[in-house]
Design a binder for this molecule. Structure first.
Ligand SMILES: C[S@@+](CC[C@H](N)C(=O)[O-])C[C@H]1O[C@@H](n2cnc3c(N)ncnc32)[C@H](O)[C@@H]1O
Length: 333
């Protein structure tokens, strides 16, 4: 974020600036969509040189670069060129820490348009896609390009979380894990890499098949892991000894979440366990530095999926209603 507006300024000024701050995600999105960080990867460039390389208007490119400099994604060099900062590096498509697809998802036409309906979502309690007679996952079935951006975005976020999950939980001794709504299989791949005898199933809608099979092949796990297409509202693959649900339950309201959890419960062997991987919402916001992410994600679920971020008490209630017993809550970094 740019420098915070000093709180000594009049409230009306602070509020005006907050309202205008929509430039922030859109400037970052534009940089990613135009491929600016990839062009700057080879070194500093003048704005007109960069504009030529990306096929954009020179003056407008310069203005965007100034905004990106204020956001600390790039810096202006002494001779007037622009070069990437460590923050900007994360927007390169080939960076190991890239969040480019996440940025493209958040600022892209579907999610951005949905946020424009927040007022109606709050009025009705329904997500924006439903107000237009659809659903974000149905829309993805019909739009492979959007589905690829979504799945890549999840891969980027989960890549960073997967190691923490694999470290936090003792998976040793498990024979088979099923990642329900597992996307491209990033989490399964990380866990299987650390447990050479374990087998894994990535269960998701058909749009994730190609990406998941590609990833499992790349990680040389095709012999121990497979992708199974299906609908978790119908059933999930039965008979494994552990089920993972990461960033899935927060996509749904209580009724739909319960349906997914009950289907997992029905598929589980007697001693099987379910690992629910989600952030916990605070009982009251304002106590943790992560509250901004939780609040943002909660509203994002309200407008985009109809889901929500939940507190520990809310998760306990859901899990118990699905016939599951909470054994442990583990924190990860
Ligand atoms: C927010 S993503 C999480 C993906 C993955 N678990 C991760 O954390 O990277 C939710 C996943 O649920 C999948 N999903 C949505 N509806 C589904 C359904 N009815 N049956 C199976 N999977 C579904 C989506 O395709 C998507 O991959």
């Amino acid at each position: 974020m740019p420098r915070k507006t000093p709180s000594s300024l009049p409230p009306s000024f602070r509020l005006s600036e907050m309202a205008l701050s929509l430039w922030v995600p859109q400037a970052i999105y534009a940089a990613a969509a135009l491929g600016i960080p990839d062009e700057l990867a080879t070194g500093a460039k003048y704005s007109d040189e960069l504009a030529r390389a990306i096929g954009a208007h020179p003056g407008a490119t310069h203005r965007l670069l100034c905004a990106l400099a204020l956001l600390e994604l790039c810096t202006e060099t002494a001779n007037g060129g622009f070069e990437l900062t460590p923050l900007g590096e994360c927007l390169r498509s080939d960076s190991p820490d890239s969040v480019r697809s996440w940025v493209l998802l958040m600022g892209g036409k579907g999610v951005w348009k949905a946020w424009g309906n927040l007022v109606d979502c709050v009025r009705t309690g329904e997500h924006a896609w439903k107000l237009e007679g659809t659903d974000v996952f149905d829309a993805m079935r019909a739009d492979p390009e959007e589905a690829e951006i979504f799945n890549q975005a999840m891969l980027e976020l989960t890549k960073r979380a997967a190691g923490a999950v694999a470290d936090a939980y003792d998976f040793s001794g498990l024979r088979e894990i099923v990642d329900v709504g597992g996307g491209y299989g990033t989490l399964v791949a990380e866990i299987l890499a650390a447990h050479p005898r374990m087998h894994g199933v990535v269960f998701d809608l058909p749009h994730a098949r190609d990406g998941a099979e590609r990833l499992l092949e790349e990680k040389q796990l095709a012999g121990r892991a497979k992708f199974v297409a299906g609908d978790f509202f119908d059933a999930v693959p039965a008979g494994a000894d552990a089920y993972l649900l990461k960033s899935v339950i927060h996509d749904w309201d209580d009724e739909r979440s319960l349906a997914i959890l009950r289907n997992c419960r029905a598929a589980m062997l007697e001693n099987a366990r379910l690992l629910l991987i989600e952030p916990l919402a605070p009982e009251r916001v304002g106590s943790s530095p992560f509250d901004g992410i939780i609040v943002g994600s909660d509203l994002n679920m309200l407008v985009n999926t109809g889901g929500r971020e939940r507190t520990e008490a809310e998760y306990r209630e859901l899990l118990e209603a699905a016939g599951l017993r909470v054994a442990r809550i583990l924190a990860t970094p």
